[in-house]
Ligand binder design. Structure first.
Ligand code: ATP
Length: 362
């Protein structure tokens, strides 16, 4: 039986459909990440699970119990927000213990739980400080401590690392992964950062305009995106997209025309059944890390170099086809390529993705 179950949940704010009939399930102990661009409805969905936002329709079940209309305090969930929402006049100790104090737990029982949370988060030496005496990362740890101490059945995180600088984000991301492993509690995490989604999630839910585009493990989404939106959202740098013309369509393969192809055309196997016809424009998708400058290649493209960024261990090379499409390439080491230099870049067919006019993977 699934631990968290959303059944056709939707939410409207007046005319705006923020969440559009979302159904999904999470297993006990699973780490689920909702990811998508700003305004896609991920925070609203999380807030409905927490009970901070009423549903306009649908059903929310946690651990076998219908929670759709249950008050937030009774759902046994803890939420960590982007704004740490700490009380500035209270010490770290009192901030962490505040929720339990409000629930009238005796001080003698609160104290060991505060210490345990502080130990897990390695902030024991900060217990007597006030929030203003803490760094951003330390403040977020206190906010997480306040969530842990309640021993919830479900943790909800709403972009918890967005206010931190890049280094601290990476560090806290690792700590959240450790925390999940240690506590084994089900976690639902909202972010617009695909790296956080890829590294933290057991399963990722990709959202767009209130709807779920695809649910799957990070590897599933990377290797078999359902459509060009997911393909473009998951993976960094973004997948390259090149419009191509279909000159021959078979059940299991398509012949594609593009002037950058040395012979003008190439035939690729399709992954799914399709109804593509000769003459249609479709999209070829290739990830920057799958475009190579040398070595074996079944598909080549003639391009001209525009810009090389040497990042130390790797280089990013931006090239352009004669038709003007810009492509990014990630190559190992330092690449000495002059602006305007003509290159032949290649890709193996297993790494070439095709999308129909509606963006569906084929
Ligand atoms: P972000 O990453 O920017 O936080 P999000 O994916 O979390 O975005 P939501 O905050 O869930 O998106 O918002 C989804 C949609 O609902 C947006 O169009 C937003 O403008 C709208 N919305 C959210 N809250 C309200 C509200 N209280 N009243 C009216 N519209 C709202």
């Amino acid at each position: 039986m699934s631990f968290l179950r959303l059944d056709n949940v939707f939410k409207t704010f007046g005319e705006v459909v923020a969440v559009d009939h979302v159904s999904l399930e999470a297993e006990r102990g699973e780490f689920v990440v909702f990811v998508g661009p700003s305004g896609c409805g991920k925070s609203t969905l999380l807030r409905m699970i927490a009970g901070l936002e009423e549903v306009s329709g649908g059903r929310i079940e946690i651990d076998g119990r219908d929670m759709t209309d249950v008050a937030p305090a009774e759902r046994q969930v803890s939420m960590v927000f982007q704004s740490y929402a700490l009380f500035p006049h209270m010490t770290v100790r009192d901030n962490i213990g505040f929720g339990l104090k409000m629930s009238r737990m005796p001080r003698s029982e609160i104290e060991p739980r505060v210490l345990e949370a502080a130990r897990i988060l390695q902030i024991e030496e900060l217990l007597d400080r006030k929030p203003r005496q803490l760094s951003g990362g330390q403040r977020q740890r206190v906010a997480i401590g306040r969530a842990i101490i309640r021993k919830p059945k479900l943790f909800l995180f709403d972009e918890p690392l967005s206010n931190l600088d890049a280094d601290l984000r990476t560090q806290m991301r690792v700590e959240i992964a450790r925390l999940h492993e240690k506590l084994g509690v089900t976690m639902v995490y909202v972010t617009h950062d695909q790296t956080e989604a890829m590294t933290l999630a057991d399963r990722i839910v990709v959202m767009r305009a209130g709807r779920v585009e695809q649910i799957g493990s990070p590897v599933d989404l990377y290797e078999a995106p359902a459509n060009s939106f997911v393909a473009g959202f998951i993976g960094s740098p973004k997948m390259n997209f090149v419009p191509v013309t279909v000159t021959a369509a078979e059940d299991r393969s398509l012949t594609l025309d593009h002037p950058a192809l040395p012979s003008g055309h190439v035939t690729l196997a399709t992954r799914r059944p399709h109804a593509i016809k000769t003459g249609e424009m479709i999209t070829l998708g290739i990830r920057p890390e799958h475009l190579t400058l040398d070595g074996p290649r079944a598909v080549s493209l003639n391009v001209a170099a525009e810009l090389v960024e040497n990042l130390g261990g790797t280089s990013q090379i931006y090239v352009r086809t004669e038709r003007g499409e810009s492509l990014a390439i990630v190559a190992p080491g330092r690449q000495h390529i002059a602006k305007g230099e003509r290159l032949s870049v290649g890709v193996e067919p297993a790494h070439a993705y095709l999308f129909d006019r509606e963006g569906r993977a084929i």
